[in-house]
Write a protein that binds this ligand. Structure first.
Ligand code: ADP
Length: 277
């Protein structure tokens, strides 16, 4: 296992506000890792410290083996940072924009290949200002990955997308992950974290309150199942047994049958509301 990001005992204050309060994080190379948390939890501060844009007060931080406060150009070229949409190049075409930024990197990818990877080949000669929101976001990702980064930071990548655009965007991110790129994602969408991330961390008040596989986070997999049908609901540890009993009672198909576990969102809401000392 190779570590991409190592954080121990990170703290950061803004005046009286303890924005980060003893945070530990370990992200492996090749992982897709999602950072979740309510507004003001400390996500941006954490990510900006990892990116080398903000100074910490204390704690140990290594990103691709380097302390971000001692960032070199060489180190920075290994990072891909996908910011919220920057529209300053709106009069340039997609291809012009990507080519221009490719020139900043020592080992940039081929602009046309990157354009294809983000699904914009047909829009390559269109001016950025004429693209839809989702298409612009793809340009942002293309700009984030044109330097062939080892590690990509994605900040709320699909805010404002319609469901179809979101699914397409997820496929794009999965493609990057399949190539071995480490991805750190912040998002407000729990379904997005679940679809993309191998592991998630929930931050509240500057600390990690839970971390793990989204399928098992916060005891999710061990939680009772809810068996519901047209005129009843049972919460049970043995849903299979319940379904068999119901099938016998209805002598076949159970009308409106659904078997569910708490969603990641249910677990998340419990985690961030838990009283803290
Ligand atoms: P998140 O990204 O999870 O919404 P932030 O990292 O932006 O959280 O903020 C964490 C806490 O630090 C909040 O209480 C926020 O108000 C405070 N904060 C963030 N940036 C600054 C700043 N530049 N100056 C003062 N307080 C800040």
């Amino acid at each position: 296992m190779t570590t991409a990001i190592h954080v121990r005992g990170l703290t950061k204050r803004y005046g009286d506000v303890r924005a980060i309060d003893g945070l530990d994080l370990e992200i492996r190379q090749g992982e897709v890792f999602a950072i979740l948390g309510p507004n003001g939890a400390g996500k941006s501060t954490t990510v900006e410290i990892l990116e080398g844009y903000r100074k910490r007060d204390s704690g140990e931080v290594r990103v691709l083996g380097v302390d971000p406060q001692k960032a070199t150009r060489e180190w920075r070229a290994k990072l891909g940072i996908v910011l919220q949409t920057a529209n300053d190049a709106a009069e340039l075409t997609v291809r012009e924009t990507i080519r221009h930024f490719a020139g900043y990197y020592p080992a940039s990818g081929d602009p046309d290949e990157v354009i294809a990877k983000v699904g914009l080949t047909e829009k390559a000669d269109v001016r950025i200002r004429k693209l839809s929101g989702g298409q612009r976001r793809r340009v942002d990702v293309a700009l984030g990955v044109i330097g062939n980064p080892e590690l990509v930071f994605l900040d709320e990548p699909t805010t404002g997308f319609d469901p179809e655009a979101r699914r397409q965007f997820w496929d794009l991110i999965k493609g990057l992950a399949a190539e071995g790129t480490t991805i750190v994602l912040t998002t407000h969408y729990l379904d997005e974290a679940e679809a993309l991330a191998g592991r998630v961390a929930v931050i509240a008040q500057g600390r990690i309150v839970a971390e793990g596989d989204p399928a098992t986070l916060g005891g999710r997999a061990a939680a009772k199942a809810r068996v519901s049908w047209l005129d009843g609901v049972i919460e049970t540890d043995t849903p299979t047994e319940t379904v068999l009993e119901l099938a016998a009672r209805f002598d076949g198909e159970i009308p409106g049958l659904a078997v569910t576990r708490p969603t990641l969102e249910d677990i998340y809401l419990t985690l961030i509301e838990a009283p803290r000392v």
